[in-house]
Design a protein around this ligand. Structure first.
Ligand code: FES
Length: 108
């Protein structure tokens, strides 16, 4: 088991996360206000931009392959190196998800 340092840009928060646990799990344990909802890699609420370092997140189904290089879904992501993350940064596909999730206008 390896442990990695995760720093959050703009907040000064620093946590240590092992490669066996998710970043979100450690945030919850440490009382860090990381947003989340589904906890299964689908809703993107827990997204963070990866400013530096690498994550492993094979189950991050809400991200495209290209987005996986720049964003982490913290509910699924485990650190593969020391990291700098910018919380609350969302991938472009979240705009598409929002548009397709809106109900169609009713014809009254
Ligand atoms: S909480 Fe929904 S994708 Fe992480």
């Amino acid at each position: 088991m390896s442990e990695h340092t995760v720093k959050f840009v703009g907040t000064g928060e620093v946590i240590t996360v092992s490669d066996k646990e998710t970043i979100l799990s450690r945030c919850i344990e440490e009382g860090i206000a990381q947003e989340y909802s589904c906890r299964v890699g689908m809703c993107l609420a827990c997204s963070a931009e990866v400013v530096e370092g690498d994550v492993v997140q094979p189950a991050a189904r809400g991200l495209t392959e290209q987005e996986r290089e720049s964003y982490a879904l913290t509910c699924m992501a485990r650190p593969a190196s020391d990291l700098q993350l910018d919380r609350g940064k969302y991938p472009p596909s979240i705009e598409t998800e929002t548009e397709t999730d809106e109900p169609a206008a009713a014809d009254d």
